[in-house]
Unconditional design. Sequence first.
Length: 235
Amino acid sequence: MSARILVAEDDPKQADVVRRYLEREGHAVLVVHDGRAAIDEARRRTPDLVVLDVMMPGVDGLDVCRVLRAESDVPIIMLTARASEDDLLLGLDLGADDYLGKPYSPRELTARVRTILRRSQGNGAPSARALRIGDLAVDTDRHEVRVGDQLVDCTPTEFKILVCMAAQPGRVKSRQQLLDHAFGFGHYALDRTVDVHVMNLRQKLEADPSRPRYLRTVFGVGYKIVDPASEAAGR
């Protein structure tokens, strides 16, 4: 699977290591060394994936992530020496798809790139029809989400989590099940990662995110997706 990958890393030696490993995988890699250049190149060349260092001069990686996510759903992997849980959740809250703390193995990075590209490029077996829950439609063929006639932009990770729930409406999915579906087995994501992604999905899908109609919390267990109309009719 060949892809156009933008690497934004201010350490030239580290950037060169990442570039060489990704090129061995067959990818076309462009390296920049500051946040402003990352934004400019992402707008100019439309990468398939961005590897983004948090600590960069000028515009830092978090601001770059915020800008890119506002403009597209390009998959983003963030790299940082600040690997606390709060930093991880902040990156995910801004729309990053994955987060890798420094020091990291270049082989692990390439494996995560491979996984995210597989998800975002839809190489899994697609559904023959859209999954429909009330006014919500999750189209796995087109990788689209709609509420009524409104198209909703979702990151690849958000889409995976939504598909996992939409495939079995009403059935509770644990955080671990959602993580396994979104990241694959053997991942290192935290349970709270799911909470952040569900919160972001509610902001995008729900008329009132504080009183969700579709994405419900089952306290102590996980989350489920429901059809509000069917639920009301069953009362």
